[in-house]
Design a protein around this ligand. Structure first.
Ligand code: ZN
Length: 131
């Protein structure tokens, strides 16, 4: 019997998408995805749970994804694109900062729109499967 094709798991697919994005639109530093159990804002009295966060740690950029909040392929791809837009937006002048958080400015918006339309209107979703 022929082996059945199995779709890659959610985590594996997020690494494929990251490799595709890094190849097409390199960020100023190498980017890593880390899946974590949960992401909570400790200072928020309502204990807000985040989907993801992105920050630079030395010479690399870390994207953390929450297993609790990111559960479908659609949520995952949109979240990875959102966070990767932060990664592209990280400025070299911040090299001296050890850890940084990033906002949603105009450059971030352009990067997000470019990658979002690549995934939704062009072939990004398909092509990234080969990465
Ligand atoms: Zn954001």
């Amino acid at each position: 019997m022929a082996k059945m094709w199995k779709p890659p798991g959610l985590h594996q697919r997020s690494y494929q998408i990251l490799r595709y994005l890094q190849n097409k639109w390199p960020a100023p530093y190498p980017v890593q995805i880390r899946w974590v159990k949960d992401l909570v804002d400790d200072e928020d009295p309502e204990d807000r749970h985040y989907h993801a966060e992105c920050y630079r740690d030395g010479l690399k950029i870390i994207i953390k994804l929450s297993k609790r909040r990111v559960r479908t392929y659609a949520e995952m791809s949109e979240t990875v694109i959102h966070e990767y837009a932060h990664a592209r937006d990280i400025k070299l002048k911040r090299l001296e900062d050890k850890l940084d958080r990033f906002a949603h400015g105009p450059e971030w918006g352009l990067y997000f729109a470019e990658m979002y339309s690549d995934f939704n209107d062009d072939l990004g979703w398909e092509v990234s499967r080969t990465y």
